[in-house]
Ligand binder design. Sequence first.
Ligand SMILES: O=C[C@H](O)COP(=O)(O)O
Length: 318
Amino acid sequence: MFEQLPRNPGTALKLALVEDQRANLSAIERRAASLPARRSLKKEWQAAWLLRAIGLIDLTTLSGDDTPERVRRLCAKARNALREDLCIALGLSEPVHTGAVCVYPTMVATAVKALASTGIPVASVATGFPAGLMPLKLRLEEIRYCVGEGAAEIDIVVNRALIFAQDWPALYDEVRQMRDACGDAHMKTILATGDLKTLRNVARASMVCMMAGADFIKTSTGKEPVNATLPVGLVMTRAIRAYEEETGFMVGFKPAGGISSAKDALVWMAMMKEELGRRWLEPDLFRFGASSLLGDIERQIEHFVTGRYSAAMRHAVA
Ligand SMILES: O=C[C@H](O)COP(=O)(O)O
């Protein structure tokens, strides 16, 4: 069991520290390119890392055609994230579950009911997800609605225009108000990095959101043309490190969007361990936002156990 960390309370906006955040594009790209090329984990180690990865997934459905029935099926999968025969073969005494389930606001109550007494938190997107282009008053009201429905985690989106304008005081002020509206619910701040044009914008916006009290910073909504990439991940994890050096508080990281293979998951986990340390492989500091990753992880674990791959359709729910 890992020790419980104090929640990041945020700090005053320190503009000098924000403007100090830079990103050396060619160095970042070189480092990102070297990550997947590392010697891969073998057999038992790989299976152990994949089991850990399951507990780090925010199992997500964010589709226009979501229904309560789909959300209930997703929650059933989150509770028993790995098939029973595979759990038995691995000698596990209890079912494996995901880190959370992530849904739209109107699906929160259904998910909360379906996950009652499991300890699995429900995360809700809010603040006019995915674009965030609604009046602030309504965005704050949406957060309060989700918390009232029982969401323990709120994934907010930032107002990209404030980042293009480098209006850090306004961004800080909005995110601070969102954090207040979250109350005890933990706030993941989605930067929508695929929209942000430069890695420097990613670095600076990360810092502002942490100063405003983000519990996590998250790459993407899954709806931008480009979602989680390793260069963006490096920039954001290094901002987390800089924030910890400055304040002593450890902020979580959630790459999201387009992470669908076990191999990708292992690369992201290796990056977390190398950049921030082992502590960032626990669910209070790291999550994958993913709708289809669990299916591939289960398939790879099945291969480890049986020596065979099954058809992807056998893992359809995840
Ligand atoms: O936050 C989670 C993302 O919306 C999931 O994206 P994905 O469907 O590409 O896995």
